[in-house]
Design a protein around this ligand. Structure first.
Ligand SMILES: [Fe+2]
Ligand SMILES: [Fe+2]
Length: 194
């Protein structure tokens, strides 16, 4: 059938559909390869060269979470008796949240075939956030807010780096990031104007 001259100059739908199918074609060799190498568990060829780098990012995040657990615990126990027991108690809630994040990260590292690094000798060097033994309540809040902001920035960058290379890890980091943002919001509310 002859097209009118006003018709857009595009390929017929059937050819477009074929081209789309070609662009969205699955990697059959990868699917075949997934049937072997069974000891790799959840790690299939899709991870390609990224698996080890993702594990390294997760291990640095694991170290950061543990330093945050230690800092919040220190602040919880030393802030008891200071002006605000409610804030001291909230430090413990945050410590427990960070421990939960550490567990999630460790589980994912193992699922990716890696080894979670809990070595206490190197925890603080590998952590993005710092430990703090300050004794005054406002200084504690400030130190924790700085650490939360470092965690938020780190996790945001990790999400951008991982993208669609590992959707499961990305969703895990997104869930942690949401809690770090909640922590930071709370701390900022308690921070007295400088
Ligand atoms: Fe955390
Ligand atoms: Fe946090």
């Amino acid at each position: 059938m002859k097209q009118s001259s006003a018709a857009p100059r595009t390929a017929p739908p059937s050819r477009q559909a074929a081209a789309a199918r070609e662009r969205l074609a699955l990697d059959q060799a990868g699917i075949e390869a997934a049937k072997s190498d069974l000891q790799a568990g959840a790690v299939t060829p899709h991870f390609g060269p990224w698996r080890e780098e993702i594990i390294a990012l997760l291990n640095d995040a694991l170290a950061t979470e543990w330093i945050c657990v230690l800092r919040y615990k220190r602040h919880h126990f030393t802030a008891v008796g200071l002006a605000s027991p409610a804030i001291a108690n909230e430090f413990l809630v945050h410590a427990n949240d960070e421990a939960q994040h550490a567990d999630w990260l460790a589980r994912r590292i193992v699922q990716l075939g890696g080894e979670p690094d809990f070595n206490p000798d190197t925890l603080s060097q590998r952590s993005h956030a710092s430990y703090s033994a300050v004794r005054e309540l406002q200084a504690m809040i400030r130190a924790n807010l700085i650490a939360e902001r470092v965690a938020i920035e780190t996790y945001s960058q990790m999400i951008a780096l991982i993208g669609d290379k590992d959707p499961t890890t990305r969703r895990l980091i997104e869930a942690i990031l949401e809690q770090e943002q909640h922590h930071a919001e709370e701390l900022a509310d308690w921070l007295a104007p400088a």
